[in-house]
Design a protein around this ligand. Structure first.
Ligand SMILES: Nc1ncnc2c1ncn2[C@@H]1O[C@H](COP(=O)(O)OP(=O)(O)OP(=O)(O)O)[C@@H](O)[C@H]1O
Ligand SMILES: [Mg+2]
Length: 136
């Protein structure tokens, strides 16, 4: 894990990195003044996205950053990999759709947990950006 101007960067390559990313997300969330439920929401979302990176791309990284401004606390996380990309985004966001015999709950569950959710994906770059916001 390395520090960036607004947070942390975690390289994702194995299961231990999921724990590191999850913990870093929870800690920054707490430091920014989010409650326990929000910390858990974000930690769960980050683990699902990191798990997908390992499963479908092998390696990637995650940026966990303070995006607060004068009006809102904001924690934002970008999870990125250079794998094959998500072939069909609409299907991938549907509960039950999995190309690996999984539950197909990771992406739709993550989208439901967070306040902002954006995916860009093409062969060679998948970037999923999520955030939680809370007014001061
Ligand atoms: N980073 C990624 N790169 C390429 N494909 C991905 C990536 N993340 C998700 N996908 C594709 O989107 C599908 C849905 O992902 P999702 O996390 O919702 O379900 P899952 O990983 O199949 O199962 P679960 O997460 O419930 O164990 C995956 O089966 C896979 O085809
Ligand atoms: Mg998954």
């Amino acid at each position: 894990m390395t520090s960036t101007p607004f947070g942390q960067r975690v390289e994702i390559g194995d299961a231990a990195d999921i724990v590191t990313a999850r913990r870093a997300a929870r800690e920054l969330c707490e430091r920014l003044g989010f409650g326990k439920a929000d910390q858990t929401r974000l930690a769960t979302a980050v683990s699902e996205l990191a798990r997908n990176v390992i499963q479908y791309a092998g390696t990637g990284h995650c940026l966990i950053e303070d995006g607060s401004d004068a009006l809102n606390r904001r924690i934002q996380v970008v999870v990125e990999d250079q794998g094959p990309g998500i072939a069909n985004l609409e299907q991938a966001l549907t509960y039950g759709y999995s190309t690996s015999g999984g539950l197909g709950a990771g992406l739709p569950g993550t989208r439901r947990l967070v306040d902002d959710f954006q995916i860009e994906s093409a062969p060679g770059l998948t970037r999923i950006s999520i955030a939680l916001n809370k007014p001061f």
